[in-house]
Ligand binder design. Structure first.
Ligand code: NAP
Length: 281
């Protein structure tokens, strides 16, 4: 029997499994619709209850597809979607959120992320988020692709804001967040949500994973996933369209990497000079 899935606590108290399911490019090909719905539903059955999507994915098609996948089981899901910078202003965010809710077939979003920093004044954006929280359209909010300067600005604009996560690309081949963002977030108890844990499918074929995978009778993809979810203060979102990949990814959560494994991976995927953790995050 599989062990219980490790969980991460968000600042407001929700706890989520360290691995969730991504939906970038889902819903774009009608011929794949049913398979993508089935993949998400299998993931839910296996305990991967965080589903991450965005209004930008397929121009809303991914949210529509997620709506199909969670139909009748909304309470089993921790639903994350993202609002695009084009909709950060007050009235526009309310409308964008309403459209997302309609496509998702739900009355609330568990975590609403600002998809990237954008150019809007944060003050107005924060007011719009607060209003959505007040109306219980969203339960909490966070950010995505924010750097430390953006997060600092956020906190300066409004002291005491409750940013639940920063979702950024992070994997063995892309470790730049270790220089500043990861330590900064760890210090403040904000989990980083690692997206593209397979570098959009490129990472599993890299030779550096093979030796560790063989040692455990695992696949390279499982090693890549076990590494990222094993990092302190990190949860991940992986996209898988096939049932084999969904099962494999769930099983990767039971893989325990040893100190020798970690040393081998460090050697195969070294930090570059400019990625070393700074002394003052
Ligand atoms: N906030 C942002 O700006 C942002 C940016 C990027 C991603 N994201 C989120 O993070 C999610 C994941 O990132 P991603 O979509 O870039 O891709 P990813 O998860 O890094 O990689 C997905 C690719 O890996 C393959 N894969 C999945 N499991 C595998 C396994 N066990 N073995 C071998 N290959 C496997 C998939 O194949 P199959 O499809 O054939 O199973 C797919 O081709 C996105 O879908 C999205 O929700 C957010």
């Amino acid at each position: 029997m599989a062990a219980a899935i490790k969980r991460t606590k968000l600042p407001l108290g929700d706890s989520i499994p360290v691995l969730g399911q991504g939906t970038w490019h889902f819903g774009e090909d009608p011929a794949r619709w049913d398979d993508e719905v089935a993949a998400l539903q299998l993931g839910l059955d296996l305990g991967l209850t965080v589903i991450d999507t965005g209004e930008m994915y397929g121009d809303g098609a991914a949210e529509d597809l997620v709506g199909d996948a969670i139909d009748g089981r909304r309470d089993d899901v921790f639903l994350v979607t993202k609002v695009s910078p084009a909709h950060f202003r007050d009235g526009e965010m309310a409308l964008a959120c309403e459209k997302s809710l309609r496509r998702l077939g739900t009355e609330w979003i568990d975590l609403y992320l600002l998809h990237s920093r954008g150019f809007q004044l944060l003050d107005e954006t924060l007011d719009a988020l607060a209003e959505l929280e007040r109306l219980e359209k969203i339960s909490s909010w966070g950010v995505s692709n924010f750097g430390v300067p953006d997060l600092r600005e956020l906190i300066q604009v409004r002291d005491g804001v409750h940013v639940q996560t920063d979702q950024v690309p992070y994997n063995l081949a892309r470790r730049d967040v270790e220089s500043d963002l990861l330590p900064w977030c760890r210090t403040r108890g904000i989990p980083v949500m690692a997206c593209s844990p397979f570098e959009q499918g490129q990472l599993p074929s890299q030779t550096g994973l093979r030796r560790v995978a063989e040692r455990h009778g695992a696949t390279p993809a499982q090693v890549a996933l076990a590494w990222v979810v094993g990092r302190e203060g990190v949860a991940a979102i992986a996209r898988a369209r096939t049932p084999e990949h969904v099962r494999e990814n769930r099983a990767a959560l039971d893989l325990r990497l040893t100190p020798d494994d970690l040393t081998d991976l460090e050697q195969a995927f070294p930090l570059l000079g400019n990625e070393r953790p700074s002394a003052h995050p």
